[in-house]
Design a binder for this molecule. Structure first.
Ligand SMILES: Cc1cc2nc3c(=O)[nH]c(=O)nc-3n(C[C@H](O)[C@H](O)[C@H](O)COP(=O)(O)O)c2cc1C
Length: 387
């Protein structure tokens, strides 16, 4: 049997992933003052034990102002570091690459946690103890009617903001993360600069493609300069806005070329979110619906890409890699259902359970190999009519 690509290691700079399955960032909106709680550690632990090559920490705000909700994780001070350090060390102890997505919500800040409505904070939310705060964006245009009116960022604010991102990245390095992802998608601050629908500034940070990409590219450059040279930086885009007159796939390809020139290693291809919740479904959902974005970026910009979005069938994930449509496969919700998806996918793609289980955490694998033998025995007895 030839080894599936999905389970062939891949080197990104000097960081080697044991396989090409990535757990995508998933915000749990359950931090307290930006600090991760026991819940987070249990949540991350499921993925670390589940066999993925790389596990992302959710969108982590670089400033308190840059949180989407009161429950967002943050890294704007050293007080946020201990639980993140613990995660990074634990992931490494299990041969898993620890990764963090840094983020700023922009005009989608100070909102309700998803399960309270995903809208602007209401009197009920404030009564529950939620706090509201001033939000910032490229312009004073709110995301939609009824949302907080943001303060438009001045040129000197942009310089401050870059420093805040860089400071958060330095803390992430000190926590032991090996991969940084810049959250440049889903209608949050960096995406707001890119899209002509949210960036109508008339200074050097708006206007044409060069103006709208200027702050995002300056930010990417600043973060690449501080992130260790031997470690990769990913950037997540919303490859298309899915709205007339919005950011397009051609824009994404041109932008990816600029990012590649600045040393970004992987483009993580998501979509949507400029209006409404994170990735509100303006783009029709089908299996692997965002794979064509990862494919075009990879082919036309000549940069590594990661595919994400409704990839649940191991054979399909393998096909995406075999066809050269992406270099990495990210899964999110499927991993909430089954954190052992990567381990089970390897078996589904042909490795025997007893071999595969040798690579599982020994605390699980040892028992499960014995169970496999018992199951095989029961099946043989059943087949022979001896059950
Ligand atoms: C609970 C949850 C939280 C999410 N939080 C983030 C996030 O913090 N950052 C991000 O870029 N995407 C986030 N996403 C989007 C996922 O990373 C992923 O792109 C999306 O769910 C599609 O992949 P899937 O079909 O495998 O779930 C989140 C998704 C879910 C379900």
């Amino acid at each position: 049997m030839t080894q599936p690509l999905l389970f062939t290691p891949i080197a990104l700079r000097d960081v080697t992933l044991k396989n090409r399955v990535v757990i995508a960032p998933m915000a749990m909106y359950s931090a307290v003052d930006g600090i991760a709680q026991d819940f987070h550690f249990a949540h991350w632990g499921r993925f670390v034990l589940g066999g993925a090559g790389l596990v992302f920490i959710e969108a982590t705000a670089v400033t308190d102002q840059g949180r989407i909700t009161n429950g967002d994780l943050g890294l704007w001070s050293s007080a946020h570091m201990p639980p993140l350090k613990r995660f990074a060390a634990f992931a490494k102890s299990q041969g898993v690459v620890p990764a963090i997505q840094l983020a700023h919500a922009g005009r989608k800040g100070s909102m309700q946690r998803p399960w309270f409505g995903n809208g602007p904070l209401t009197a009920d939310d404030l009564a529950r103890g939620e706090k509201t705060w001033e939000i910032v964006a490229p312009t004073t245009e709110p995301m939609a009617e009824g949302y907080i009116v943001p303060r438009a960022l001045s040129v000197s604010d942009l310089a401050t903001l870059k420093t805040q991102w860089v400071d958060a990245a330095k803390r992430a390095i000190d926590c032991g993360f090996e991969v940084l992802e810049i959250h440049n998608a889903h209608g949050y601050l960096v995406h707001e600069f890119l899209s002509p629908l949210s960036n109508t500034r008339n200074d050097g940070y708006g206007g044409d493609f060069a103006g709208r990409t200027r702050f995002p590219l300056e930010l990417a450059e600043a973060l690449r300069a501080v992130w260790p040279k031997d470690k990769p930086v990913f950037l997540r885009v919303s490859a298309v806005d899915g709205v007339d007159g919005g950011w397009s796939m051609d824009d994404t390809v041109a932008y990816a070329k600029e990012l590649k020139a600045r040393g970004i290693d992987v483009i993580d291809c998501s979509s949507g979110g400029l209006f409404g919740s994170a990735t509100a479904a303006r783009i029709k959902r089908t299996w692997g619906f965002q794979v064509p974005y990862a494919e075009r970026v990879r082919r036309e910009a000549g940069i590594k890409s990661m595919a994400v979005g409704l990839i649940v069938d191991p054979a399909y994930a393998e096909e995406v890699l075999q066809k050269g449509q992406a270099d990495l496969i990210a899964i999110a919700r499927e991993a909430l259902v089954n954190p052992s998806w990567p381990q089970m996918a390897e078996i589904a793609l042909g490795r025997t359970a007893s071999d595969a289980m040798d690579d599982w955490p020994v605390q699980y694998g040892w028992w499960l190999k014995h169970r496999e033998r018992s199951i095989a025995q029961i099946r043989a007895d059943e087949a022979a009519g001896n059950a």
